[in-house]
Design a binder for this molecule. Structure first.
Ligand code: IVH
Length: 672
């Protein structure tokens, strides 16, 4: 029975409550109680109800996390009180000296401290009014930060609102400010860089830079995808610490539903703090995010106030920094690696050096620009750093009397080191590339990509196996994988009956994976995981994708001229078309679920501008696309409609100038 208008608000409220609870279990406590599918179902129900009753949509509804772009870039806003940084210590002696100072200045020795992990992200302030998140502000220069609210709202561990009763129970006032650390977990960082690599984009050096880059994205949809996380560690009211002890602050934040790092400890002296520091030195390797030290804070707020601060850092807290996982070693050679897209990467070959328990022999030098920036020569002594899950990299050249400079300048080879084809550097691009489609290095990397976890997921088909398969000529393209027999595998080194059978089973299993994986696996330039998904949904089969024209391709979500051209080029090559034919013959599923799209708006192009009253940009976009229309970013003569919301700017002017039809949200819904 359809819901009567009277019980709709209640129904919506209940759904929101449920969703918030499951978001909390999943994103804050990391203990989900329902499956993703069940969660999606609840979300779908709420979205449908809200679509039917747009007047009931509220800003703190779980459906409203992603919401377009800030209109004028990021606005600068002042902080309620300065966002301080921390002084650092690097050894036990310095730490004890800090404790002595605390004793001297406070005139007492019985001081409690709280030890916390020093999370390697960026600090961020969240402002709540009447329990609702109204603003997220970056640290900026400490006094003035940038308003990044739209992006912060996409972070699932940040509550969009906290119910009154919950605040009351936690002892938190309705208007308050939370400060904490925004970070990118290592898995998300890895995935993001892999995705960027497959699209030929530059990579982020570490999760901290990636976090900063992500929170300053103009498109909140992009931020939402990158899965940032947020840990809270301060609670303020009117710029002042609210509770009388820091340990109480953390417990109250916890009780109010904020994510507080569980690895924290209230200690009674520096000996105990030192113990905590020692413990985490090793344990930090097992964390799913990076930390660069431990923060020790005086527990009592009154004592904190008494101690005050110097310059930009409080006297009541100190950071103990773990030695950066870096080592110094001799650069013996620079070799060039050829990637899947033909990109040439210079790799430092070094005398083995132990860094954070791992022996490092190779490190990336990224590209020729980086080599120039470092001014590195073969024979130099270099500093190498290794972060959590990240490829080691050379960070500087060491030069002193014990470490004389090398003399051999590195130059990019003119020919591909693997196949000998002339190397090309396109005007304006940083990278050099081998453009030979049959380069064996490309083949190896292509096979590795095809078999990797996020693609056809053929477990066991790693580098060692792929090198053997390609060198022996058993695999000359990805379709050859499906011809491999147990006998072939047994003829290779280190293969026994069971391991060979496992690979055969894995290969067989991979045939059932959906169309988007195969599209992604083909390694078409600029076609990453997400684009592959959109292509599969749009065309529903490899055959239709193969036949698509450049224009048709540009009808697909997020596909612009550059990607479309690359796809057309890929399929224009007969060898690629044959490859797909062979994949089909091998039994791969090259058809998928075509997402049903309406035809009502087929061929119509829309531009969205300003703030719509009831729909987010993404929702409006989705509605138009579901009806077969296309949404683009700029107004031209080809635009059919400009949908203008409040405070529409230059796009609206342009529409008027070109005589493009301007409609509002209501009218858009009517047309739909
Ligand atoms: S407290 C006045 N606690 O480290 C106290 N900071 O190097 C200010 N950080 O800007 C911060 N984990 O971004 C605090 N558990 C933690 C932290 C932490 C990471 C960051 C924070 C700060 C920087 C100072």
């Amino acid at each position: 029975m359809a819901a009567t208008p009277k019980d709709v608000p209640k129904k919506i409220d209940n759904l929101r409550e449920k969703i918030r609870h499951h978001e909390y279990l999943y994103y804050v406590l990391d203990q989900p109680e329902i499956s993703d599918a069940e969660f999606d179902k609840l979300m779908r129900q709420l979205k449908d109800l809200e679509a039917e009753h747009p007047d009931l949509v509220t800003n703190d509804s779980p459906t409203q996390r992603v919401g377009g772009k800030p209109r004028e870039g990021f606005v600068k806003v002042p902080h309620s009180s300065p966002m301080l940084s921390l002084d650092n210590t690097y050894n036990e002696e310095e730490l004890r000296a800090w404790e002595r100072r605390v004793h001297e200045l406070s005139g007492r020795k019985d001081v409690d401290y709280v030890c916390e992990l020093k999370l390697d992200g960026m600090s961020l302030a969240l402002i709540y009014e009447d329990g609702k998140l109204i603003r997220g502000i970056t640290r900026g220069d400490g006094s003035i930060g940038e308003d990044v609210t739209l992006n912060v709202r996409t972070v699932r561990s940040v509550p969009l609102s906290v119910p009154k009763e919950k605040l009351k129970k936690a002892g938190v006032p309705p208007d308050f400010e939370v400060r904490g650390e925004l970070l990118m977990p290592l898995a998300a960082f890895k995935k993001m860089n892999e995705d960027r690599e497959s699209k030929g984009l530059s990579l982020f050096a570490n999760p901290r830079n990636a976090t900063a880059g992500t929170v300053r994205q103009l498109e909140s949809r992009v931020t939402a995808e990158r899965r940032l996380d947020y840990f809270s560690y301060m609670l303020l009211q009117n710029g002042r610490t609210y509770f009388d002890r820091h340990s109480k602050t953390l417990d109250a934040l916890d009780a109010a539903g904020f994510k507080v790092n569980p690895s924290r400890k209230l200690v009674h002296n520096i000996d105990e703090a030192w113990e905590f520091i020692r413990q985490w030195e090793e344990k930090r390797e097992s964390l799913p995010y990076e930390i660069d030290g431990i923060v020790i804070k005086v527990d009592r707020t009154a004592l904190q106030d008494e101690l005050g601060f110097t310059g930009k850092a409080p006297r009541w807290a100190i950071a103990y920094k773990y030695a950066a996982r870096a080592g110094i070693t001799k650069l013996e050679d620079i070799r060039v690696q050829v990637g899947r897209t033909g990109k040439l990467t210079p790799v430092a070959m070094m005398a083995p050096v132990l860094i954070g328990g791992t022996t490092v022999r190779n490190a990336t030098l990224h590209n020729m620009d980086e080599i120039d920036r470092l001014g590195v020569k073969i024979g130099d002594w270099v500093q190498v750093e290794r972060g959590g899950d990240v490829i080691p990299k050379v960070t500087k050249v060491i030069e002193d009397k014990d470490h004389p400079r090398g003399t051999c300048t590195f130059e990019m080879p003119e020919k591909c080191p693997v196949c000998g084809t002339k190397v090309v550097r396109t005007e304006g691009e940083v990278d050099y590339r081998c453009v030979n489609a049959n380069c064996p290095a490309k083949l190896r990397e292509t096979i590795l990509h095809f078999a990797s976890r996020g693609v056809l997921n053929i477990d066991g088909m790693g580098e060692a196996l792929v090198i053997q398969l390609t060198e022996r000529g058993l695999v000359k393209d990805v379709a050859d994988i499906y011809k491999l027999t147990k006998k072939d595998l047994l003829s290779l080194e280190r293969f026994a009956d069971k391991s060979a059978q496992n690979i055969v089973d894995e290969i067989e299993r991979s045939k059932k994976l959906p169309l988007e994986r195969v599209i992604y696996g083909l390694g078409i330039r600029f076609v990453g995981e997400r684009t592959a998904q959109f292509l599969a949904e749009h065309f529903g089969s490899m055959e239709a994708l193969e036949r698509a024209s450049q224009e048709e391709l540009q009808d697909v979500n997020e596909v612009g001229p550059r990607i479309a051209e690359s796809i057309v080029e890929f399929f224009s090559i007969a060898a690629n078309r044959r490859l797909i034919e062979r994949l089909r013959e091998a039994g791969l599923s090259l058809t998928g679920q075509k997402k049903q799209r309406g035809t009502k708006l087929a061929g119509k192009t829309f531009v969205l501008t300003g703030t719509l009253a009831h729909l987010t940009r993404d929702e409006a976009k989705k509605m138009i696309e579901d009806a077969g229309g296309k949404v683009t970013g700029s107004v031209s003569k080809k635009t059919d409609y400009v949908v203008a919301g409040a405070d529409a700017g230059s796009k609206l002017d342009k529409a008027k100038e070109l005589g493009v039809r301007v409609i509002d949200e209501q009218e858009m819904k009517r047309i739909l």
